[in-house]
Design a protein around this ligand. Sequence first.
Ligand SMILES: *Cc1c(COP(=O)(O)O)cnc(C)c1O
Length: 387
Amino acid sequence: MSEVDRLLRPDLRGRTAYGAPQLDVPVCLNTNESSYPVPPVVVHAALEALEGDLAGLNRYPDREFTDLRKALSAYLEKQAGVSVTPEQVWAGNGSNEVLSHVVQAFGGPGRTALGFTPSYSMHPIITETLGTTWVDGLRESETFELTVESAATQASAHDPSVVFLCSPNNPTGTALPFDVIGAVLDAAPNAVVVVDEAYAEFARPGTPSALTLLGDHPRLVVTRTMSKAFAFAGGRLGYLVASAELVDALRLVRLPYHLSTQTQTIARVALEHADLMLSAVEAIKAERDRIVSGLRQLGATPVDSDANFVLFGGLLDEKATWQALLDGGILVRDVGIRHHLRVTAGTLEETTRFLDAMADLAPTHVGALTTPSTVAPTTFETGEDDA
Ligand SMILES: *Cc1c(COP(=O)(O)O)cnc(C)c1O
């Protein structure tokens, strides 16, 4: 054992860090970013706003990010039609950070967090690195569905302090049956229930948001991000909405001044241009639906998606297909589910390149399967985590 290993927390020894490959390839469809650059109008507005800020960087930023919270609550009112006060909004450097604030405040040693696998791999990673016990809840093995009965039974069996739901779910893409949220709140009376809505803006029409439940549920947390539909992954801004009292408790665990002046300013400018920042969403949804129908025609089994990506099964050997696509300059995601890969919906050209490559590969890579898909355990060791 090396000297560092000897000193390291025993539960971290031997683990591998989060590692979605960041490769320089022509068609990058592996981390569900937007393929569309920030529009020039927003770039110029951000530069102008920053100019006024830079001389003031000798001072700490607004610790309570007041203006940004106002901008986020105005955005939610417009996008989701839900009225929330700035005091109900909390933000961090990506929604991963706000998720970690929730676990820091409501999890911890001796407490348990429950999630339903396969789901976002950062949920167990955040949980375990904060010394909280992770419980891998189950979904239906073939369809990855989570029924109301199954979710409630598992939630009540484990009496968790935190429950993670994800809707639309990553990596499967489908929105959760809405009743699951209320059922889990009832079945886990001692839990803060987190609904991770990172992909909410891509959901099919008529998909309700958990934001509409906040008024009745002081233990409910809805997380969102500017990384996906908002085309702002590099800006690192994620946020959550909850009761004002719950949000106030998060101030106990955040590091002071966690959102830099420039982060607050650029995010605020981006939110002022929300329509423009979101202008590619409809085009991305159309490409997503084209991926689903295109893959179905090739004999693969894509899962219906409310997000900007598609999980598809029916691959004889997903690792071979992943490599063959990469050899053709297309990077997709191996999420650790046998016979499956996940692909982000990019531009029309990128989608076409992906579907053309899959058409070439289909005769030797896609086939009828007799073995059921098995879900790899969500551990650090797989190295196949999700963004
Ligand atoms: C991408 C993603 C996030 C976003 O993380 P950020 O830290 O905001 O970039 C959160 N949850 C899920 C399910 C995701 O897929």
